[in-house]
Design a protein around this ligand. Structure first.
Ligand code: FES
Length: 108
């Protein structure tokens, strides 16, 4: 397998370094089509294209995860269907759809 790497930056908090032959994985963020890579977690895929994964229910501040190992619960992200996922431990799958804004009907 090629060890060739590429660095890309598309406005996200993370700067992606990946092998060029890794399979693209399509997902959407706030209704906009995005492309992650095979092996991404939801967090790495979103943070490669965005500065945050959600806004806190308490203050509306942007959050981007903290521990990156599944311990702090700071990286919860909402799907368009209203499901909460722990982004740092959830593998990205084709067709996932996420929103970063607090849903209007969240009751907070
Ligand atoms: S960043 Fe801490 S649980 Fe995901």
């Amino acid at each position: 397998m090629s060890a060739q790497t590429q660095t890309s930056h598309s406005g996200g908090q993370f700067h992606r370094r990946y092998r060029q032959d890794e399979k693209p994985i399509g997902f959407s963020l706030n209704g906009v089509a995005q492309v992650g890579r095979l092996g991404d977690t939801v967090l790495t895929a979103i943070m490669a294209v965005s500065s945050h994964v959600r806004q806190t229910e308490f203050t509306g501040e942007n959050r981007a995860g903290f521990c990156l190992i599944g311990a702090c619960q700071d990286c919860y992200v909402m799907t368009e269907e209203g499901q909460r996922l722990r982004a740092c431990t959830t593998p990205l799958q084709e067709g996932m759809r996420f929103v970063t804004a607090i849903p209007v009907d969240a009751g907070v």
